[in-house]
Design a protein around this ligand. Structure first.
Ligand SMILES: NC(=O)c1ccc[n+]([C@@H]2O[C@H](COP(=O)([O-])OP(=O)(O)OC[C@H]3O[C@@H](n4cnc5c(N)ncnc54)[C@H](OP(=O)(O)O)[C@@H]3O)[C@@H](O)[C@H]2O)c1
Length: 261
């Protein structure tokens, strides 16, 4: 069990005492059908970065939940912009978390899925070169990979002018990646929202004012506003809030979502 800043549930039912990792994992859980969860951290005044990185917004409680969400997923989806900018490293999980995955019939590590229309990717970046599971790159037709990329990753091509996210996610599901965790960035989140693909948003709110300048957690394509019910509110002793919003399993897919196969 992880120790550090205590995290407690304050809504819907205040829980007594801090939550341990198994209790936290159970609160987030895995859905019983294909599911896309998006995870972001923002400041109280809505900034997605501090000095252009997310690290300044994130603390120990957020990192703990971030790691648990990785433990729970089949595929870890990240846009090329964030992968390049944040210098993504290979996905690593502690022995406890790998044991949890084995006990739950999952592969030891989730598969990294990089979304890139340009294929401007560096095959020597650690997320590819040191990956414990061969990553997938979701891209579009007619773009040539840089030398060495196909030695370290498999390309999945969906769409002509840009990456067709609905078709791409359907292909990931066909390959057994049902439970997807998207770690951003904002342009990918905006495009997934517009394509009606987002089932859940996990949002950490850091107790600080970043001031004007940084963008929001979403960017790019506009979409029709849609209600997303609140599922829980967790609070850490340092004032960080962790909010989970998810659509009802029985809800019809939102406008823009691909019809069920
Ligand atoms: N606070 C947080 O939780 C958090 C989380 C993640 C990122 N961030 C921050 O967000 C910033 C980066 O975000 P960003 O919005 O500039 O970029 P982004 O969403 O991370 O990446 C955009 C890139 O995704 C690829 N892409 C391919 N198909 C796409 C599609 N259909 N729709 C959208 N993107 C597609 C393209 O890559 P190609 O150029 O290769 O074609 C595009 O340039 C960084 O500062 C990072 O630190 C913050």
């Amino acid at each position: 069990m992880s120790v550090g800043t205590a995290i407690s549930r304050v809504w819907p039912t205040p829980a007594t005492g801090p939550l341990n990792d198994p209790e936290l994992a159970a609160l987030y859980g895995r859905a019983d059908r294909p599911h896309l969860r998006v995870n972001f951290v923002a400041s109280a005044d809505g900034a997605v970065t501090l000095q252009s990185y997310s690290a300044g917004l994130s603390g120990e409680p957020d990192k703990r939940v971030f790691g648990l969400l990785r433990m729970l997923c089949d595929g870890l989806v990240v846009a090329a912009g964030t992968l390049r900018h944040e210098g993504y490293r290979a996905v690593r999980l502690s022995e406890d978390r790998r044991a949890w995955r084995r006990a739950n019939g999952l592969t030891e590590y989730p598969t990294l899925v990089v979304v890139s229309g340009s294929l401007d990717l560096d095959p020597t970046q650690a997320c590819f070169a040191d990956a414990p599971v061969r990553p997938l790159v979701l891209t579009r037709a007619g773009v040539d990979p840089p030398p060495g990329l196909t030695a370290v990753a498999d390309l999945v091509r969906c769409g002509a002018e840009r990456v067709d996210l609905a078709a791409g996610l359907a292909e990931l599901r066909r390959r057994g990646l049902d439970q997807l965790l998207c770690e951003g960035g904002p342009h990918l989140f905006g495009a997934l929202t517009a394509a009606g693909q987002v089932d859940e948003l996990c949002l950490t709110v850091a107790p600080l004012l970043a001031g004007a300048g940084p963008g929001r957690i979403t960017a790019g394509d506009s979409s029709t506003p849609r209600h997303l019910p609140l599922r829980h509110v967790l609070a850490a002793d340092d004032g960080v809030l962790m909010l989970r919003y998810a659509r009802d399993p029985g809800d019809p897919p939102p406008a823009g979502a691909a019809p069920a196969a």
